[in-house]
Design a protein around this ligand. Structure first.
Ligand code: SIN
Ligand code: CO
Length: 410
């Protein structure tokens, strides 16, 4: 696989300053040609699996209409497709194919907890999903073939869309810029920008998409946590110091008292941080709970999601088992799709893993950083693990991540 999909000339500082969340950018491929990380047939195979989200979009060019079908699909579905004018889109391929997950290491200039998934589309000639906008940033990495991308205006929830196909397509898309992309070219599109990509011949696109919770979800998430922590005993109270001017009036000091209650509950930094850490690390799709299915792969080897080439995986039941396994040379691996982040606050550390928060001592920082680094390989740095298993708290943390299904040992 490639060392990096980003060309050497790519300057992350300039990108963050001038483009990220601001305006689209076409990043032309560097010298090395981009080789697809998955074959179209394998992508179709994934789209036949339960638990993998996939869509087939067919274009009826004569009527200017689109038809959307959701997977899982059957082999029959693919055999009956026409030669052109369709796209197959599969979400979260990074959760199933290690080489695709490794792509994410190139985007480490953006916090890893912002990354949502890598969706891969395979389109036949003229295949497309129609003009639309997304609420998230996206890097569209061109794999095989070519695509014509048109970028239009910035849209929002008021922009007119038609939902007859279920694709929420724009009614009045006007192209302002147009590019033909080739293998390895990357088109960055900020949230809200309308776009329309049409395949020229058979074509594959790898979309690295980012998570951006709606403000409504942030408020309701923090509120739910606040409500869970509040006992019924805590009630509105007033020490009426003076006679009301009128018994029917709700005075300003009552509102101030209510503001104090809301401020105390909703602006609590620890509650907000922990809610956010847990929420941003919830896996896109449930991780496979059978640890035997998470077998790590020989790196560099073509890996498929069903892990037929399973390596020896060790059953760990205690810290002592973990220490013994590591001392005998076993590696600690992140399960594909596992999401890990951390925060430091008030002299302590918090590790968030797949929707759970673990309180830790801040001396574990190097371990937390190693666990939360999106890597070219899914193995956690051996030097850091060797140090961690000598520390009781660090070992206990690794064991609970193993028990929680975020890590495997093998
Ligand atoms: C595609 O891969 O063709 C569609 C991706 C997108 O427009 O978001
Ligand atoms: Co899009």
């Amino acid at each position: 696989m490639l060392d990096s999909v980003l060309p050497e000339s790519f300057d992350a500082h300039v990108f963050l300053r001038d483009y990220w969340q601001k305006k689209p950018l076409l990043i032309k491929a560097g010298g090395v040609s981009f080789l697809d990380l998955i074959e179209p047939e394998e992508l179709a195979g994934l789209a036949c699996e339960d638990g993998v989200e996939s869509r087939l979009v067919q274009v009826n060019a004569a009527q200017d209409t689109w038809t959307l079908r959701h997977g899982p699909f059957t082999e029959e579905d693919f055999l009956t497709l026409p030669e052109s004018h369709y796209s197959l889109l599969v979400q979260a391929v990074d959760q199933w194919v290690d080489d695709v997950a490794a792509l994410l290491a190139d985007f480490a200039f953006i916090p890893s907890w912002r990354i949502d998934d890598v969706m891969i589309s395979y389109a036949t000639d003229q295949g497309n999903v129609g003009p639309h906008f997304d609420y998230y940033d996206v890097f569209l990495i061109q794999g095989m073939g070519q695509k014509r991308w048109q970028i239009g205006d910035i849209c929002n929830s008021m922009t007119e869309r038609s939902d007859s196909s279920g694709l929420r397509l724009l009614k009045n898309f006007v192209a302002r810029e147009e590019w033909i992309v080739n293998p390895g070219d990357i088109l960055y599109i900020p949230p809200g920008y309308s776009h329309y990509g049409v395949a020229i011949g058979n074509s594959m696109t790898y979309s690295v998409g980012f998570r951006a919770p709606a403000h409504a979800d942030i408020l309701s998430g923090v509120l739910d946590d606040a409500m869970d922590s509040l006992s019924e005993d805590r009630r509105f109270s007033d020490a009426i110091a003076r006679l009301p001017q009128h018994p029917g009036e709700i005075t300003a000091d009552v509102v101030e008292h209510l503001q104090d209650i809301i401020r105390e509950q909703m602006l609590d930094a620890q509650r907000i941080r922990q809610w956010f850490g847990r929420t941003m690390t919830i896996p896109k799709y449930p991780l496979q709970d059978d640890a035997a299915d998470h077998a790590p792969h020989e790196h560099g080897e073509d890996c498929d999601h069903d892990h037929d080439d399973e390596e020896e995986q060790l059953l760990i039941e205690s810290v002592v088992d973990l220490q013994k396994a590591v001392n005998k040379g076993a590696g600690v691996y992140k399960v594909p799709g596992a999401r890990i982040a951390y925060a430091l606050a008030e002299g302590k550390a918090e590790l968030y893993a797949d929707g759970e928060c673990h309180m830790c001592d801040s001396r574990l920082l190097s371990l937390l950083q190693a666990l939360s680094t999106p890597g070219k390989v899914d193995e956690i740095d051996r030097v850091v693990i060797a140090a961690a298993i000598k520390d009781d708290e660090a070992s206990a943390l690794l064991l609970s991540l193993y028990d929680g299904g975020s890590l495997v040992v093998g």
